[in-house]
Write a protein that binds this ligand. Structure first.
Ligand code: ACO
Ligand code: ZN
Length: 223
């Protein structure tokens, strides 16, 4: 059963009155019919997308007190591939990514974090790569109002460095963030990407990171 309790977010200005759905995490204005309709549509699609009924054949690669990580490989049964596609669609929608065709679909590894409530609350999609370009630390003042446009244009080195594994997507359900789910997904990836070795943080690369992704990656790679 879902509660109708809603969290009021004071964004400091006219947005007072915005609510966040406690089930799907969407932030919307409850007093606005258009917004409400959008929410209802998103709500069902989203919760359906992250629902995990459990599979006959599942590859559990890590287990925790609050869930487990399941690995899906390209030749897995159709129901597993379908779930990965559904989750990726939700993630891409949230990230504003266009449908991107993976470079080597036969070598993609997808890690799903399944919560105790039987939901996919985290997803990591990885692929083999040969090189990556290091993100250079931001020049001071990048966050200043005048440079809002370059929110995603981190400066990259033009010297390629060898790498092994590219993280093309990492995502955690909004209501489950900051519980180390992303960290546990990357730890598991490093352990599982190549047989018999634990990848160093230098061997993995995040592709086109969002501001959230960059904050996470910076923290993860320094600890
Ligand atoms: N702001 C500041 N620090 C952060 C943030 C953040 N938003 N997210 C993570 N960190 C740092 C923190 O130091 C955190 O440790 P702490 O909570 O003890 O302080 C540490 O990273 C580990 O964080 P996790 O709890 O493991 O990260 P989480 O499970 O919350 O997931 C993620 C992080 C995946 C970036 C999540 O915020 C998310 O899904 N965001 C939206 C989707 C997105 O932008 N994904 C990245 C796209 S880039 C790409 O896919 C290559
Ligand atoms: Zn909702």
């Amino acid at each position: 059963k879902e509660t109708k309790d809603q969290l009021i977010i004071d964004a400091g200005q006219k947005h007072f009155g915005a609510t966040m759905c406690k089930s799907c995490g969407m932030i919307y204005t409850a007093s606005n019919p258009e917004d409400e309709l959008q929410h209802v549509q998103h709500h069902h699609r989203f919760l359906e997308g992250i629902k995990y009924a459990g599979w006959k054949k599942e590859r559990v690669v890590a287990e925790f007190w609050d869930g487990k990580i399941v690995l899906v490989l390209p030749h897995d049964p159709g129901y597993a591939i379908k779930k990965v596609e559904d989750v990726q669609e939700l993630v891409d929608h949230e990230l504003g990514f266009q449908q991107v065709v993976p470079r080597c679909p036969n070598k993609t590894k997808t890690f799903l974090f399944i919560s105790d409530e039987k939901r996919v609350v985290g997803c990591l999609i990885a692929e083999p790569i040969k090189q990556a370009f290091r993100v250079l630390s931001e020049p001071a003042g990048l966050e200043s109002p005048s440079s809002k446009e370059c929110h995603r244009a981190w400066q990259c080195s033009d010297v390629p460095e060898p790498a092994v594994c590219g993280i093309s997507r990492i995502w955690v359900f909004r209501l489950k963030r900051r519980k180390r789910i992303a960290r546990r997904l990357v730890d598991t990836l490093r352990n599982r990407f190549m047989f018999g070795c634990f990848l160093s943080t230098n061997e993995i690369a995040f592709s086109d990171p969002t501001p959230d992704g960059k904050l996470f990656a910076t923290k993860y790679c320094n600890t």
